[in-house]
Design a protein around this ligand. Structure first.
Ligand code: ZN
Ligand code: ZN
Length: 196
């Protein structure tokens, strides 16, 4: 791999980016360590269809930067909040999210694995790593409760908000029509059981 192509891949880093971590105090001596604790506003792209970290919500970083032979190992936790809609009844759901992260930022790009992020001068840009870790931890099918029974197929109301005897026998003409059919074809309840 030529040096020029490696230099070309060096990402431009905004030193003031909320998820850009400075390495000035860390140095390159393997074993040196530094803790970074900071609260930053959540970016807008930490989101899936039904669930997201609200843009601007507090994101608490508690990270350990450790110089190792080939780069800087960043590990720790990202803590923030989730806002979602229940996948069954669409009620708003709020919860907390804590994600463990660990990523090696290499001093030099690995020609065999371009996925490995690299140190950019005196910084590591944690933005992409943090987003991947958070989005991967988002629940794909968030629920307001494990046993959420969803919406009434008859009227679309949330079943949890309706009385237990809620049904549409009287009000829904489709049910009335079905009942009339059943009545017309005889009383199904007294049909003899098989084998008796
Ligand atoms: Zn629900
Ligand atoms: Zn209903």
């Amino acid at each position: 791999m030529s040096r020029s192509s490696a230099a070309h891949r060096m990402p431009a880093v905004d030193a003031h980016g909320p998820l850009v971590l400075a390495l000035h105090e860390l140095g390159r001596r393997a074993g040196s360590m530094r803790r970074v604790q900071r609260t930053v506003p959540a970016p807008a792209d930490w989101a899936l269809e039904l669930v997201r970290v609200p843009a601007g919500a507090d994101v608490e970083l508690d990270l350990r930067l450790e110089a190792v032979m080939d780069g800087v190992l960043v590990s720790g936790t990202i803590s923030t909040e989730l806002a979602a809609e229940c996948g069954r009844c669409l009620e708003p759901v709020r919860s907390a999210l804590v994600v463990d992260v660990q990523e090696l930022f290499a001093y030099a790009p690995d020609p065999d694995d371009e996925e490995i992020p690299t140190v950019a001068g005196e910084f590591v840009d944690f933005t992409g790593v943090a987003r991947d870790a958070v989005v991967l931890a988002l629940p794909v099918n968030p629920l307001c409760a494990e046993d959420c029974s969803g919406l009434c197929p008859g009227c679309g109301s949330r079943l949890a908000d309706l009385p237990a005897d809620h049904d549409h026998d009287v009000t829904d003409p489709r049910w009335s029509a079905l009942r009339a059919l059943q009545t017309g074809s005889g009383d199904t309840k007294t049909r003899p059981t098989m084998g008796s």
